[in-house]
Design a protein around this ligand. Structure first.
Ligand SMILES: [Zn+2]
Length: 186
């Protein structure tokens, strides 16, 4: 896939985008990815081969296949619970970039990378404190939450969820809104 330097400049580093100049910054890149998917927005992109000032340096020449494999291995081994992450090679001018893209499943409270949970504020990353993890557990574990609830799609608010669904784990509260959206704790 191709990407232009204009598109990269427009993207910029944000709450859901991180640039890493070099593949030697894998650890920092994955900490950033972990912190981005742990936000409410639940999405993250890391682009290797771009400096934080948006200049395109390209990744180190060498075996792109090997680099891709090592990234995939890191993703498989170090995230808990496991994440689904795409690893793509992009061409910009005559340079190669690697793009990682991941999302958090809303059922997952937070992901840890290498045993630590991170959260993003603006474009910087920090570790979650014990209290913050507890807060996320209450906010995001819907089965344990007493509401009130708000539909993420149409915005309707309810105090109590009354409909139930039968799942393979027995009868559970239903979080489905009639508009097709899902209710989440406010
Ligand atoms: Zn709704």
């Amino acid at each position: 896939m191709r990407i232009t330097s204009d598109e990269i400049r427009r993207l910029g580093e944000t709450q859901s985008v991180e640039f890493k100049k070099s593949l030697s910054l894998q650890k920092e890149a994955f900490e950033a990815l972990c912190s981005m998917i742990n936000t409410n927005n639940a999405k993250g992109k890391v682009l290797f081969g771009v400096a934080p000032d948006n200049s395109i340096c390209g990744i180190e020449p060498g075996n792109l296949d090997m680099a891709q494999k090592s990234l995939v291995q890191n993703i498989r081994n170090k995230f808990d619970p496991p994440i689904i992450c795409s690893v793509e090679i992009l061409e910009c001018d005559d340079k190669s970039l690697i793009l990682l893209q991941a999302e958090r499943n809303p059922e997952v409270t937070y992901h840890e990378y290498d045993g630590k949970a991170y959260i993003r504020e603006g474009s910087s990353n920090r570790q979650l404190s014990y209290e913050e993890k507890q807060q996320l557990l209450t906010r995001r574990n819907r089965d344990k939450h007493n509401g009130p609830w708000k539909c993420e799609n149409c915005g309707s608010v309810v105090g109590i969820l009354i409909s139930m669904v039968i799942t393979d784990q027995g009868v559970k509260k239903s979080y489905d809104c009639e508009c097709g959206g899902q209710f989440w704790p406010i």
